[in-house]
Design a binder for this molecule. Sequence first.
Ligand SMILES: [Zn+2]
Length: 253
Amino acid sequence: MASEKTTAIVVRLIEFSESSLVTTLFTRDFGKISGLAKGARRPKSAFEGALDLLAVIRIVFLHKSSDVLDLLTEAKLDRSFRAARRDLKRLHAGYYVAELLNELTDAGDPHPELFDAADEALREIDGDGEVNRVVFRFELTALDLLGHLPALHECAGCGEELETRERYPFGQLSGGLLCPTCRSRHRQVASVSAAVIEVMRTFSHLENENWRTAPLPPKVQGELRGLMNHYLNNLAGKRLKMHAFLQEDRSAT
Ligand SMILES: [Zn+2]
């Protein structure tokens, strides 16, 4: 049983007994792990102040076999997520990042770049970042890094390059944009405006920072939010809980 060290984001906490917690952590080097933190609920523990939702922590844990919980032996706080105290919208966005990490990744499947993207998104959400913009960027980055980015330049059905149009058929189950010929062969096809596709192309481009300054008018945000909710729910195989809160918050901005 090897003792491992890594950095992690706390994505879920469940009270296990009077004194212990079961933690779900998205780690940089080992992907998602579930670890038992014995004594974590006692005032003076080896985890003092570190096991908070959305905190970035440095951990030591014992890697157990696949069907048992790992054992967390140490956790030190790198950065806590403070938005809860000042802004509900930022708190909900933070919870949503955690939900995506938990629902879209498998246990023990490492994605260091996704960890870095989540770390960066949480830092911006907890700071002065434009919340909706940062959330869209994180969703599209996560989809790309996990191999689920919808086709945005060519037809998801036949691979043909798409002509420029005002609205595009988007196959929710077929992995993105469709050409007129392929459209008829697919179910759950939405009609999406060119403006939304343009935002998706810009925001999913990992090599540049154009997403920071690209126009993102409220109307485009609304349409994109609906499209992403549908697409991500299909991918996760369930309705993601935090979508309801993201939509509620949109009217306030
Ligand atoms: Zn096609």
